[in-house]
Ligand binder design. Structure first.
Ligand code: C2O
Ligand code: CU
Ligand code: CU
Length: 482
């Protein structure tokens, strides 16, 4: 096991830990209420609007669910430290691989050049690389980082390698400032002894889920607040677990999706968060009350189900279903304890304008069929498993494209595109109720989802894939060259 002392860290960082504290851009008040939250990555600011930071991947013993475990971590914390950035920042992030296997860093959802956020780059043990990019204007929201080495993503992500990226807006205006804000990283884990449990053959088909369903690395933490509304920034950093989130019937307001704020809050009773997806919600509360955030049963189908003709097949013939299957009980994720002593803050009516893409202007229509090979041992897009030397689609910068995603299997697949954000147009022909920027969209078993993809700002070679990372590792990924 690699053990780093504070001095090693300093050397590694090439900067002092006495670096000035992160300037306070707080978009919403961050309050220390004892709720477990990943540490903020220390950043130095050598020049105005330039930030530098240091991330390393290493095995480390960390507290997990009331015990300790030996995980693959970023900076010896689990989940990894939160990268807190501001629109317009020029970021220099030095990444060092202290694992005994190759890895790399993917900045999930950030609209930055594919030559920087390059999934084909491999950083060997002991190696490092500086990721340098500018945080685009208009990208304020919740994002994350994780490894992207083809064939190893599932094991490395499951072993603990994931952290959040929070981007604050250019301007400090915004009514969300009035509510207290908390990051909620949803990530499950299974241990064998004190190490991450290895994948079984079935895990490679269904995607691996862990019995420890953790919130910021903790089991069923309590969040105490005295505010009349709190904002939860939700990130599903799990390999394969879906979260159908509910507050025991108490409504909450969706305010942001993967790519940032929506136009106005949408009141919901429940919210499905597929692997890779993010959402921000406001929870209004009154007086003294206790609310539990639950993960409700959700049937995402199973790989075996497809062999027997669809979603229901998974539970037939004694096959082990993929997970969260209908009939199992709701799981408690976290408890909100409110004791409101402050005045009631009015909830926002308008959030931010969201561009409406004109699907009629699409110059290119693509059809993608998500499929699998016999017995779910391999996964495909348009019948082909991923080949890094093949370009599946050639696009033209500036074009608006329309992609039709068809799921021909018996299980859900969360479809993800790098570099370019998209908007969902319709699901099984039903128009999406409001415009929102996304980079992951769940495609249910048998469903057809249409998305509008503007190929803006960047050229280069990028990828799209299923974010059940076992499926990605086993071939459900393709290459787009723009
Ligand atoms: Cu979060 Cu290509 O993935
Ligand atoms: Cu990504
Ligand atoms: Cu999949």
């Amino acid at each position: 096991m690699t053990t780093l002392t504070r001095r090693d860290l300093l050397k590694l960082a090439g900067l002092t830990l006495a670096a000035p504290p992160l300037r306070s851009f707080a978009w919403a008040t961050e309050v220390d209420t004892g709720f477990p939250t990943p540490p903020i990555l220390p950043l130095s600011r050598p020049e105005p609007r330039v930030v530098e930071g240091e991330i390393f991947a290493a095995w480390a013993r960390v507290p997990v669910a009331g015990t300790t475990a030996r995980l693959q971590t970023y900076n010896k914390t689990f989940p990894g430290p939160t990268l807190r950035l501001h629109e317009g920042d020029r970021v220099r992030l030095r990444f060092t691989n202290l694992l005994d296997e190759p890895t790399n860093l993917h900045l999930h959802g950030l609209r930055i050049p594919p030559a920087v956020d390059d999934p084909f780059r491999s950083i060997e043990p002991g190696g490092s690389f500086v990721y340098e990019f500018v945080v685009p204007r208009g990208s304020a929201g919740t994002y994350w980082y994780h490894p992207h080495i083809h064939g190893r993503v599932a094991e490395q992500l499951f072993a603990g390698l994931a952290g959040a990226i929070l981007i604050d807006p250019w301007s400090r205006r915004g009514r969300l400032r009035l509510s207290e804000s908390h990051l909620v990283v949803l990530k499950d884990l299974a241990l064998q002894g004190d190490a991450p449990a290895p994948h079984t053959i079935l895990d490679w088909t269904n995607g691996k889920e862990g019995d420890l369903v953790l919130v910021n690395g903790a089991l069923q933490p309590v969040l105490r607040t005295s505010r009349s509304s709190i904002r939860l920034r939700l990130l599903n950093a799990s390999n394969a677990r879906y979260y159908r989130l509910g507050l025991e019937g108490h409504p909450f307001l969706l305010v942001a999706t993967d790519g940032g704020l929506i136009e106005s809050p949408v009141s919901l009773d429940e919210l499905l968060l597929a692997p890779g997806e993010r959402a921000e919600v406001l929870v209004p509360m009154e007086g003294a009350e206790t609310l539990r955030l639950q993960n409700l049963p959700y049937d995402r189908g199973s790989g075996m189900g497809a062999m027997h003709g669809g979603r229901m097949g998974g539970s037939m013939g004694g096959m082990h279903p993929a997970g969260n299957v209908g009939g199992s009980a709701p799981q408690i994720l976290l408890t909100l304890e409110a004791d409101i002593d402050s005045r009631i803050v009015p909830l926002p009516r308008r959030l931010a304008p969201v561009e409406r893409l004109d699907a009629g202007a699409a110059r290119v229509v693509r059809h993608l069929v998500l499929g699998m090979t016999m017995m779910g041992r391999g996964f495909t897009i348009n019948g082909k498993a991923f080949d890094e030397n093949r370009i599946d689609f050639h696009g033209r910068e500036g074009d608006l494209e329309l992609w039709e995603l068809e799921n021909a299997t018996g299980m859900d697949h969360p479809f993800h595109l790098h570099t370019y954000s998209f908007q969902v147009l319709s699901r099984d022909g039903v128009p999406e109720p409001f415009p929102a920027w996304k980079d992951v969209v769940n495609v249910r078993a048998g469903e057809v989802v249409r998305i509008a993809v503007p190929l803006r700002d960047f050229t280069g070679k990028t990828v799209f894939h299923c974010h059940i990372v076992e499926h990605e590792d086993r071939g459900m990924m393709g290459v787009l060259a723009v």
